[in-house]
Design a protein around this ligand. Structure first.
Ligand SMILES: C[S@@+](CC[C@H](N)C(=O)[O-])C[C@H]1O[C@@H](n2cnc3c(N)ncnc32)[C@H](O)[C@@H]1O
Length: 397
């Protein structure tokens, strides 16, 4: 069972700043990422207090991403027990208690608005929740004109069983990923890097990740969990790697044990955490201080294909890499086409782009001509994509 903590619950009770009446910055945690932001930001610090009040003190449009793991509003009725009568370690803390759905909605609206104010125009926001709260949060996001980009299902590899056998095992949580508005198109998304790290297959919206257990789970001197809902670092790593760049600022208004801060520091991002409970904040601070940032080479953003200069096939002819009149073939030499002086290919009387002719000879609706066609060079095949890379290199030199 989680430890009951002091602090009033509900939206109205959450307007105080802290137990001391201050938004208190904690000591810096020694992050080494480059500073590309306004100096007044409390970078790599944990602000102790209510997040709505704390965010009001931050400059507008100052953070690149938000990760929020707000109270679930679980509404537990009495203790939850296993078949052997032992108590389940459920979330029954005061921070998760709200008087009514409308109190929870008012709280959600207030903290989302506070986040929205400090988000840069192209920043994105992640919120994680369960069936108890995520639908209410999603509706509020839309009411506030956030633009939903995805909902991600975090499928838990090792979920807690349904002890009473009255419902399905609750084996997932949902993350909503949203931009500030429908017009905010230039948000960060490392599509190609995610795909490359996923066996060259598009990263899907269902993520299979274990719960936070073992060494990673923070425990007190009594051997009990420090926090009932510590999130796995692997989940935060995917969030941060997919939607931020090294040096970016990630805000977490419900910092808990500081999973966001630990992962941000390891990945060379800055964080700003807000946590109302000073014991959780102290645990987070110690945890983050022990994190070693990865080297620059390990975290440098992989170039996105979309960001690379567009190279027309004609440039390969102009650069002398491919000659008009020569024949290109596919990898197995089953199909061939003749290169024309204007940068098109011909198969008999049919003329078209490298893509169109590639698709035509295979009888397919589409084809990436760059990876399909090859030139013969001294008995070996050289992909025209390799020549494209050379042209790109020359263009950026
Ligand atoms: C679901 S937990 C976050 C756990 C965190 N993601 C982690 O990995 O440890 C929510 C946290 O928000 C804190 N909290 C609740 N209401 C808050 C508020 N109004 N302002 C700041 N923190 C709050 C709670 O004390 C709790 O630690």
């Amino acid at each position: 069972m989680g430890t009951s903590r002091t602090g009033a619950a509900g939206a109205t009770a959450r307007t105080h700043v802290s137990r001391t009446g201050q938004v208190a910055p904690a000591p810096r945690t020694g992050l080494k990422a480059p500073l590309s932001v306004a100096p007044s930001l409390p970078l790599d610090e944990i602000l102790i207090g209510d997040c709505i009040a704390a965010l009001e003190r931050l400059p507008p449009e100052s953070v690149d991403a938000v990760f929020a793991d707000p109270p679930y509003n679980l509404q537990l009725e009495g203790a939850l027990t296993r078949p052997d009568a032992s108590l389940v370690d459920a979330v029954d803390d005061d921070w998760d208690k709200f008087a009514s759905f409308s109190a929870y909605d008012a709280f959600t609206r207030a903290w989302l608005l506070a986040c929205r104010r400090v988000m840069k125009k192209n920043a994105t926001l992640w919120v994680i929740g369960s069936y108890h709260n995520i639908f209410r949060v999603g509706a509020t996001l839309q009411d506030l004109d956030f633009w939903l980009l995805n909902d991600i299902v975090w499928r838990k590899a090792n979920p807690m069983p349904n002890f009473r056998g009255r419902r399905f095992t609750n084996a997932h949580e949902t993350l909503i990923w949203a931009s500030k508005s429908a017009g905010a198109k230039a948000y960060t998304f490392h599509y190609d890097a995610l795909k490359a790290g996923n066996e060259d297959t598009q990263m899907r919206s269902d993520w299979f990740i274990p719960l936070c257990t073992g060494e990673e789970r923070l425990k007190g001197a009594d051997g009990r969990k420090v926090h009932p809902t510590q999130k796995p670092e692997a989940l935060l790593a995917r969030v941060i790697l997919s939607s931020t760049n090294p040096g970016d600022v990630v805000l977490d208004p419900f910092f808990g044990t500081g999973t966001t801060g630990a992962v941000a520091k390891r990945l060379g991002r800055h964080f700003i955490g807000v946590e109302r409970d000073s014991a959780y904040a102290a645990a987070a601070r110690a945890r983050i201080a022990a994190v070693e940032p990865l080297s620059g080479a390990a975290i440098a953003a992989a170039p996105e294909k979309r960001a690379e200069a567009r190279v027309p096939f004609l440039s390969l002819i102009e650069g002398g890499h491919v000659q008009p009149g020569e024949t290109l073939v596919d990898e197995r030499r089953r199909h061939k086409a003749v290169v024309r002086a204007d940068g098109t290919l011909a198969v008999g009387p049919i003329v078209g782009s490298i893509h169109k002719i590639g698709a035509l000879v295979q009888g397919l609706p589409a084809c990436n001509g760059w990876t399909f066609w090859n030139a013969e060079r001294a008995g070996r095949l050289v992909s025209i994509d390799a020549y494209r890379a050379k042209v790109r290199e020359a263009l950026s030199a």
